[in-house]
Design a protein around this ligand. Structure first.
Ligand code: TYD
Length: 141
């Protein structure tokens, strides 16, 4: 499975009528897509997604506008990405604390996820996240 977060390029079919991009399980995304959700109408100054997942793998796409994503694996890896291209995605493996912020007006974050929604897969407390990462090695239980 995926190790580190990475930006991937998605196909783009462009002609005079506009552009079309797409993504498929196992062709571009290394997991079965079981759920799609999207974040939009985010007021300036608000942030989303301050939590981590135990098992969920995801692909984030800025289908419109742009936003920043801060990532933290709890073990020293910290990275900030700016997503603003509908023909790119950020592959995010399980086990990262993430924060989405500074959405431009009208921005839409499309997320393709490897599992259906499950609240028990969330870690919503940052100190608990750090504690679990540092005691269990890389995995979250
Ligand atoms: P959440 O993942 O907590 O987003 P954020 O960290 O940005 O607030 O989701 C917000 C709410 O939406 C939460 O009550 C759970 C609900 N939700 C679903 O019911 N299904 C989903 O697929 C997602 C992503 C969230």
């Amino acid at each position: 499975m995926m190790e580190r977060p990475e930006i991937i390029s998605l196909p783009k079919v462009k002609d005079v009528r506009g552009s079309l991009s797409f993504t498929e399980s196992f062709t571009h995304v290394p997991f079965d897509i079981r759920r799609v959700y999207y974040i939009y109408d985010v007021p300036g100054g608000e942030s989303r997604g301050e939590h981590a997942h135990k098992a969920l793998n995801q692909l984030f796409i800025a289908v419109s506008g742009g936003f920043f994503v801060d990532l933290d694996d709890g073990l020293g890896y910290k990275q900030t990405f700016y997503l603003s291209r509908p023909d790119q995605g950020l592959l995010l493996p399980k086990g990262y604390w993430r924060k989405l912020y500074n959405f431009t007006s009208g921005a839409v974050c499309l997320v393709l996820a490897s599992e259906v929604y499950d609240e028990t897969d969330y870690i919503r407390d940052y100190h608990q996240f750090i504690h679990e990462k540092q005691t269990n090695g890389h995995s979250l239980s």
